[in-house]
Design a protein around this ligand. Structure first.
Ligand code: FES
Ligand code: FES
Length: 170
């Protein structure tokens, strides 16, 4: 067993777990935060996306013990019923889900993606790599391409993200 100190959604946790435990399993099975979902468990679907030190990662592809001292945000840390984050509210308003299984990962991913775009990071479809890009539907789809939705709620997911992106630009 190995102890790992994690700050999750602003709260400190001393995790005592087998060093082979993935961050996703630590969150769900040891800490009881079941918002992050296990879709494929090998980096293909994005359902397990969380934000670590400001960057989105697939929590199924990393070991919890590699994150000693890190700051982790899960969907539970973005907002709660009655106090939703702008993206959480926009997903509700635009019906950005059907079964909802991919939704926590979509929302964590989109939250970090909006910051990446704000910081001027280009994507594979950006015209000018030196400049930040307006978040067109093509840009949003490309930047969110690591998050798969089996229900194919993509048009509504893009609508929700575009609304928040445009609000942030205004
Ligand atoms: S569960 Fe991690 S990418 Fe699918
Ligand atoms: S809403 Fe069902 S997988 Fe995306």
């Amino acid at each position: 067993m190995q102890q790992t100190n994690l700050t999750i959604n602003g709260q400190e946790h001393a995790l005592d777990a087998d060093p082979r435990t993935t961050l996703l399993d630590a969150l769900r099975n040891h800490i009881g935060l079941t918002g992050s979902k296990k879709g494929c468990d090998h980096g293909q679907c994005g359902a397990c996306t969380v934000i670590v030190n400001g960057r989105r990662i697939n929590s199924c592809l990393t070991l919890a013990c590699m994150h000693d001292g890190d700051e982790i945000t899960t969907v539970e840390g973005l907002g709660q019923p009655g106090n939703l984050s702008p993206l959480q509210s926009a997903f509700v308003a635009h019906d950005g889900y059907q079964c909802g299984y991919c939704t926590p990962g979509q929302i964590c991913s989109a939250t970090a993606m909006l910051q990446e775009a704000k910081d001027g990071w280009p994507s594979n479809v950006s015209d000018d790599l030196a400049k930040g890009q307006k978040l067109t539907d093509e840009e949003i789809s490309e930047r969110m391409s690591g998050n798969i939705c089996r229900c194919a709620a993509y048009p509504n997911i893009v609508d929700a993200i575009r609304e928040v992106a445009e609000g942030a630009e205004a």
